[in-house]
Design a protein around this ligand. Structure first.
Ligand SMILES: CC(C)(COP(=O)(O)OP(=O)(O)OC[C@H]1O[C@@H](n2cnc3c(N)ncnc32)[C@H](O)[C@@H]1OP(=O)(O)O)[C@@H](O)C(=O)NCCC(=O)NCCS
Length: 155
């Protein structure tokens, strides 16, 4: 598997993975996804092999009065590529990108019943900070997880 930053020609492969990972009512629309990946304060990492996309992850960051904070929009791995460490590597890369943009912490929403994603986050140092009822749809709560990001070590 190789990892690189997203480029606009990856969009159709990226959206095909979105369609494989989520049923229609929980998907980002094509329009929203296109806007998301083209923001200047967003990073999208791509995982691929043999010319095929295996997964991607999107994080963004915002600067506030008390410093910058990152937010994970999504991490998605094609069903036949799961359980090979791709999710963990994508997570590590978006954290590094957020840290490089001076983010001091990173947070996310995850569906309260998304056990594989919750395991991935908890295994990588994320701590549950809250719950938002009806976040995705009526009866579909989100859990909020966060993690402090240690500053980059100077060389
Ligand atoms: C959540 C998701 C991104 C995880 O991706 P992944 O590539 O399977 O993640 P990893 O391989 O890093 O880790 C998943 C599991 O595989 C195991 N694993 C990692 N490398 C492995 C290997 N070489 N051999 C066997 N198992 C391995 C991990 O230990 C982990 O086990 P666990 O789930 O029992 O804790 C993936 O399930 C997914 O795309 N889900 C649908 C989209 C989604 O819900 N995204 C989250 C949005 S918030």
């Amino acid at each position: 598997m190789h990892y690189r930053l997203y480029s606009p020609r990856d969009f159709d492969s990226l959206y095909a993975i979105e369609e494989m990972c989520f049923e229609a009512r929980f998907r980002f629309s094509r329009k929203y996804m296109r806007e998301l990946v083209s923001h200047s304060n967003t990073v999208t990492w791509f995982a691929g092999k043999d010319g095929r996309m295996g997964g991607f992850a999107i994080a963004e960051w915002a600067r506030g009065a008390s410093g910058a904070i990152g937010y994970i929009q999504t991490i998605e791995v094609a069903p036949d590529r799961r359980k090979q460490g791709i999710g963990r590597e994508l997570l590590r890369r978006i954290e590094d990108s957020a840290r490089a943009a001076s983010a001091e912490a990173i947070w996310l929403h995850v569906h309260a019943e998304n056990a594989p994603a919750i395991r991935l986050y908890e295994a990588n140092g994320y701590v549950r900070e809250g719950r938002e009822e009806d976040y995705y749809a009526p009866g579909h709560a989100a859990l909020i997880y966060g993690k402090p990001l240690e500053p980059e070590l100077a060389n």
